[in-house]
Unconditional design. Structure first.
Length: 360
């Protein structure tokens, strides 16, 4: 059995292409416990995600978590599942399509595809698809604004694992983060302003980022610092004082200490302090998903109101906003610099090759 994946059939008449691969976390195929179990197993088996010693974690994962969590998670997914499917899948697919269209309008003749780190479409299947279509240059963009080893890091890992299986490697570039990209910050600020114009301004803007274990910061993960910088830049763009907003972290899992303050602690504390109206935004997510639509928009609202708050409003993620797609195009174009996207004449190349004895 070959250690390499089958290469696409070669012809000198093919047109070399540049590809952009958007990467997101992933989603189960359906909001059911049956679909959640393999998805959670793949996700929680990743040593980038859970750094507990493997033998101990295997017992916890397979003996407890995978027997209890799928049903609970399925109920949460069911509450936000749309007719089109998983919100994360829907938004990622639309973002890829819109980005491809905008780049084409700007003269960048590139293919744009998306893949999921966990679940489908897998990174390996999409890269094989791109290679079969003639991709020789690959730009990888994880859709996580702030770099974390457990998000962007593992997404890049999966790309490199796939590349290890290829005989004929493409040129590769990766985008590490875009937490302070001007277009990204401007799109976030515009989304907040539009929300305020439509609904009025709350007493506090809560910026909730996905949490990670506290020890990752001690070990050198820059995620906490990049979240703080995004928060500061967004506040500056909105001309907010330090008393007008708060940066916090959600989605804590397990008993270990995670980055603080915890979002739910903040929501409860604000309500008890007499803060009547708050607006909540999740700048660490490029598209709405379970963690934003269920955890923050639903659970967060219930907690704030039950703790004494009067009005709670969730500001959607950037999703398919035109200014966000334009920012993505800026980011991609900057990282494509120097790559020739107009190939030489394929017919002439084939004629020259046949003159040298080539069959195709």
């Amino acid at each position: 059995m070959s250690r390499y994946l089958q290469e696409p059939e070669f012809s000198h008449s093919y047109t070399p292409k540049t590809g952009v691969l958007l990467l997101n976390l992933g989603t189960p195929e359906a909001p059911t416990a049956k679909a959640l179990r393999p998805y959670l197993k793949q996700f929680l088996s990743d040593p980038r995600v859970v750094e507990i010693p493997r033998a101990i974690w295997w017992l916890i994962l397979n003996g407890i978590i995978l027997n209890l969590r799928p049903k609970k998670s399925a109920e949460k997914y069911a509450s936000i599942w749309s007719k089109e499917g998983s919100p994360l899948m829907v938004h990622t697919r639309k973002q890829a399509s819109l980005l491809k269209g905008l780049l084409g309008m700007q003269g960048q003749q590139v293919m744009v595809e998306f893949a999921m780190r966990y679940g489908q479409p897998s990174v390996e299947s999409v890269i094989q698809k791109m290679r079969a279509a003639g991709m020789e240059r690959l730009l990888v963009l994880p859709l996580y604004p702030q770099y974390a080893a457990s998000s962007s890091g593992t997404a890049h890992d999966e790309v490199f694992r796939t590349l290890l299986k290829l005989r004929n490697l493409p040129e590769v570039r990766t985008i590490r983060h875009y937490h302070d990209h001007p277009g990204y910050i401007a799109a976030l600020a515009s989304s907040v302003r539009e929300h305020w114009q439509k609904n009025g301004r709350g007493d506090k803007l809560v910026m909730s980022f996905h949490g990670v274990p506290r020890y990752t910061l001690d070990k050198g993960d820059p995620y906490h610092c990049e979240c703080q910088k995004t928060g500061r830049l967004l506040a500056e763009a909105l001309q907010l004082s330090s008393d007008d907003y708060v940066v916090c972290f959600q989605s804590r899992f397990g008993k270990a200490e995670w980055l603080k303050p915890y979002t739910f602690d903040v929501l409860g504390s604000l309500a008890k302090q007499g803060v009547a109206k708050i607006d909540t935004i999740c700048p660490g997510f490029a598209g709405d998903c379970l963690e934003t639509l269920e955890e923050i928009a639903i659970e967060g609202r219930d907690l704030f109101l039950s703790s004494g708050g009067k009005e709670y409003r969730y500001i959607p993620c950037l999703n398919e906003r035109a200014d966000w797609i334009a920012a993505m195009a800026e980011l991609v174009t900057a990282n494509l610099g120097g790559w020739i996207t107009t190939p030489d004449d394929a017919n002439m190349r084939q004629l020259r090759a046949r003159a040298c004895g080539a069959k195709q």
